[in-house]
Design a protein around this ligand. Structure first.
Ligand SMILES: *Cc1c(COP(=O)(O)O)cnc(C)c1O
Length: 394
């Protein structure tokens, strides 16, 4: 999902640009916050493979749910109701913010955004989509058109048309861009790939007011921020703003391919001719149900808020005490970006190779931490110690 990922497993250039290209890490197994390499090395996972394992690796309740469902029924077409899928519709509808109780299920984040884009165009009859600079919404032709980075877009043009980019956080620019021809505004409440940039409450509220006045849909891409990561189940809850659609994916099924678009009624009316063979497949739905039960039942959003605050404080303290080369610490809960003065990739590599701590870059200058939400304060302290050593020597 970043430059870090090689598209073809065995193709030429596999691993190119990958942070561990000098020493690829083979991973064999995982448990909780830990991953074990093929050589037996234990890693503390503070990347959670891009926020895909909120309950930690291979959580037993999810593994059991998958095994039971797989033994009963691997797949049946989406027009036959099965309990796992019906339960997931209900669970997602119940935890959705505000009145976003209409649920569209798919297999990835990019598909969840494609669906929101289609629903918004169909429901409004308008074409224009407003998205933010430095935003990331996926890599299929529609979602890619809303993704800012030229490197991701240019080789594949022409993409879906009608997308206008605005400066993230600039209310006046947003007000200029949103007009009667606007179908939707897509925003991440905290930009992930773009460098962990939180939107202010005022900006999200302005987006709400402007879209409402223009009859456009406000879509929050919570694929990285959602499912408890920022301290509330959905990041938009901090601002008290309910969008017209919210997209989720990444950790929804603990690492199995799952995505969802949660919609207000008026937007769901635009969904008539959308579909997907694997929408809400029983095994993935069973995994998502167990994941949601774990998140809610164990109150993990609150825990993410607490451990996240601790991590933030300890980081700030270390930066100050050791005069580390850090420009800013940003983020919310267990979504943390550390803007460094140079070489985020190198820092991530050194953390892995010298300290067996896995983190992620977000662009060239931000080290990103997205640990599983079951992480404990002692893990956070360990990572702060490792980061301090790496940054002190950098
Ligand atoms: C990862 C991500 C996506 C794309 O999800 P895929 O499952 O890789 O298609 C979209 N938006 C955000 C904010 C993401 O972090």
């Amino acid at each position: 999902m970043t430059d870090a990922d090689a598209p073809f497993a065995d193709g030429e250039g596999a691993g190119e640009g990958f942070v561990f290209s000098e020493k690829p890490l083979g991973i064999e197994s995982g448990e909780g916050v830990h991953l074990t390499g093929t050589d037996g090395t234990d890693y503390l996972d503070f990347g959670a493979s891009y926020a895909c394992t909120p309950l930690g690796h291979s959580p037993p309740e999810v593994v059991d749910a998958i095994a039971e469902q797989a033994a009963d029924l691997l797949y049946v077409q989406a027009s036959y109701p099965v309990d796992a899928r019906t339960d997931l519709y209900e669970r997602l509808g119940a935890v959705a913010p505000g009145d976003l109780s209409k649920v569209w299920l798919c297999n990835s984040g990019t598909e969840a955004n494609e669906a929101a884009m289609k629903f918004a165009r169909s429901a409004t009859g308008d074409e224009k989509i407003v998205a933010a600079k430095r935003g990331f919404h996926g890599r299929t032709m529609g979602a890619l058109a809303m993704t800012w980075k030229k490197k991701y877009r240019e080789p594949f043009e022409p993409l879906a048309g009608g997308v206008e980019f605005v400066e993230f956080g600039d209310e006046a620019e947003l007000a200029d861009a949103v007009d009667d021809d606007t179908a939707a505004v897509f925003l991440e409440p905290v930009q992930g790939e773009g460098g962990v940039n939180p939107a202010t409450t005022e900006y999200l509220r302005a987006a709400r007011d402007l879209t409402e006045a223009a009859g456009a849909a406000l879509v929050f891409d919570e694929i990285q921020t959602g499912l408890g990561r920022t301290g509330t189940l959905w990041a938009c809850e901090h601002a008290g703003v309910v969008p017209d659609a919210l997209t989720t994916a990444k950790g929804l099924a603990s690492g199995l391919p799952a995505g969802a678009t949660l919609c207000a009624d008026w937007l769901a009316d635009g969904a008539a001719d959308h579909g997907s063979t694997f929408s809400g497949g029983p095994v993935v739905a069973a995994a998502a149900n167990a994941t949601l039960d774990g998140l809610v039942g164990r109150d993990l959003p609150a825990r993410a808020g607490e451990v996240g605050s601790h991590l933030h404080e300890e980081l700030a303290d270390a930066v100050e005490t050791h005069d580390l080369p850090v420009r800013e610490i940003r983020g919310r809960g267990l979504m943390v970006g550390i803007e460094v003065k140079r070489g985020a990739n190198r820092i991530v590599r050194d953390l892995a190779l010298d300290h067996r701590v896995l983190a992620l870059p977000a662009g060239r200058s931000v080290v990103r931490l997205l640990p599983p939400l079951v992480v404990e304060e002692r893990h956070a302290d360990h990572v702060v110690g490792a980061l301090t050593e790496v940054l002190d020597g950098s």
